[in-house]
Design a protein around this ligand. Structure first.
Ligand code: CTP
Length: 388
């Protein structure tokens, strides 16, 4: 999603400026062409040469220089996307007030490319009402903002203000480069991950699902403006702070959580690998070792079957089918039996992987997509909203 894309990285003088080096590196390694502008304060914290060595492209710091007189125009025109990371309250304030008194603020003023701000600062500075009203104003004017994360800050405070995890910034950049805010009127409930059925206080039954496909769908839809709620079982990656998520442990909890709010959503995507069986009895004490052990399991409730049997008018129900053989045939049986609008079928071999290959099946529909789970998530959303 980044190959050949021209990204102008603006680095301003927050302590997270050193993390912008890693961002520049990841974008470059993924095929983007990255040029950098550092403000004067950023140069106090990081060296322009570091960016030059990593991106192998121009790094600019001055509005006026003898070699490239109108750089603010050439850079503004060159960029497919401008990313300000980290963005200080000062730079956000300048852009919101129409001030262009250095190369970066002037370039932002001169561009017609989308601009993404990644603010990072002290918790009180971030909650400052002037800054917040500047962010609101710029958001209304179609500038994009990523919310900072919460946690321990460099200044010693604890709270919201941390520079987001680089991969999350990458997901935002990939989306803003390739998609518009086209899902702002959509509302989706997405389940993700595996379930854990306890055998005793120490042991449980689970499966290989990592939750990556469900979370990729949630990220992609959220960044494109949709209202997303995630009900997650056990997932291998951290759920991003910007996603509204509820975590559950076992199939019964997931059943309760999903059925409690299913009626509130226009669309439900069941990407979770819900356990089909759970122990008839969970031992309160750790089961002692013996020569052999027979576990008696009972069937769990099929959440999607119940949603399909009681489908509400106009609600879109999408299931996943994890198969090890006869992919299309088995998925089509689930599509029909569970009364789904679409089913997304994949081979179980993709569980836990970063990449996937899927088949989307509807009554008279077959489509195939492959690639990173995030890029496939976007293609699934496109398919659902534009081609179904
Ligand atoms: N599903 C569910 N509740 C269950 C089991 C599955 O809601 N107790 C949902 C899954 O989230 C998925 C779809 O049903 O969207 C198909 O799940 P899958 O595991 O592929 O198939 P099963 O219906 O469980 O059948 P089988 O395991 O026999 O293939």
């Amino acid at each position: 999603m980044l190959k050949g894309k021209k990204i102008l990285l603006g680095v301003t003088g927050g302590i997270a400026a050193y993390k912008a080096v890693e961002l520049a590196s990841i974008l470059t390694k993924n095929g983007a062409k990255v040029k950098t502008i550092l403000t004067k304060s950023a140069c106090q914290l990081v060296n322009p040469l570091t960016f030059k060595s990593i991106t192998h492209r121009s790094v600019s710091t001055e509005l006026f220089n003898l070699e490239n007189e109108i750089e603010h125009i050439t850079l503004a025109d060159w960029a497919d996307l401008i990313v300000i990371a980290p963005a200080t309250a000062n730079m956000i304030g300048k852009v919101a007030s129409g001030i262009g008194d250095d190369l970066l603020s002037t370039t932002i003023m001169a561009t017609s490319a989308p601009v993404l701000f990644v603010p990072a600062m002290n918790v009180h500075m971030y909650s400052n009402r002037v800054l917040q009203s500047n962010i609101e104003k710029l958001t209304r004017l179609d500038y994009y903002f990523m919310e900072p994360e919460s946690g321990k800050l460099a200044c010693g405070y604890e709270g919201k203000g941390r520079f987001p995890v680089i991969t999350e910034i990458k997901y935002h950049i990939e989306t803003f480069l390739n998609y518009s805010q086209d899902l702002t009127d959509k509302d989706i409930l997405i389940t993700a991950g595996s379930c854990r059925e306890n055998i005793d206080p120490m042991r449980f039954i689970t499966n290989h699902s990592s939750g990556r496909m469900g979370l990729a769908l949630a990220r992609a839809a959220h960044i494109r403006g949709a209202k997303v709620k995630v009900i997650a079982g056990i997932v291998q990656d951290n759920i991003p702070e910007y996603i509204n998520a509820l975590q559950v442990e076992n199939a019964e909890d997931m059943y309760q959580a999903v059925t409690a709010e299913a009626s509130e959503h226009q669309m439900i995507i069941m990407a979770a690998a819900v356990s089909d069986f759970t122990p008839v009895k969970t031992s309160q004490q750790k089961i002692k070792k013996t020569d052999s052990l027979t576990l008696k399991l009972k069937k769990t409730k099929d959440i999607l079957q119940e949603l399909g049997d009681n489908k509400q008018k106009d609600q879109i129900l999408i299931g996943f089918a994890a198969e090890s053989e006869d992919l299309e045939k088995n998925a089509r049986i689930k599509l029909k039996n569970k009364h789904l609008d679409l089913i997304i079928a994949n081979n179980i071999a993709v569980a836990g992987q970063q990449d996937t290959a899927i088949l989307i099946l509807g009554e008279n529909i077959t489509a195939k997509f492959s690639g990173s789970k995030f890029s496939v998530a976007h293609k699934i959303l496109d398919f659902i909203y534009y081609e179904k």
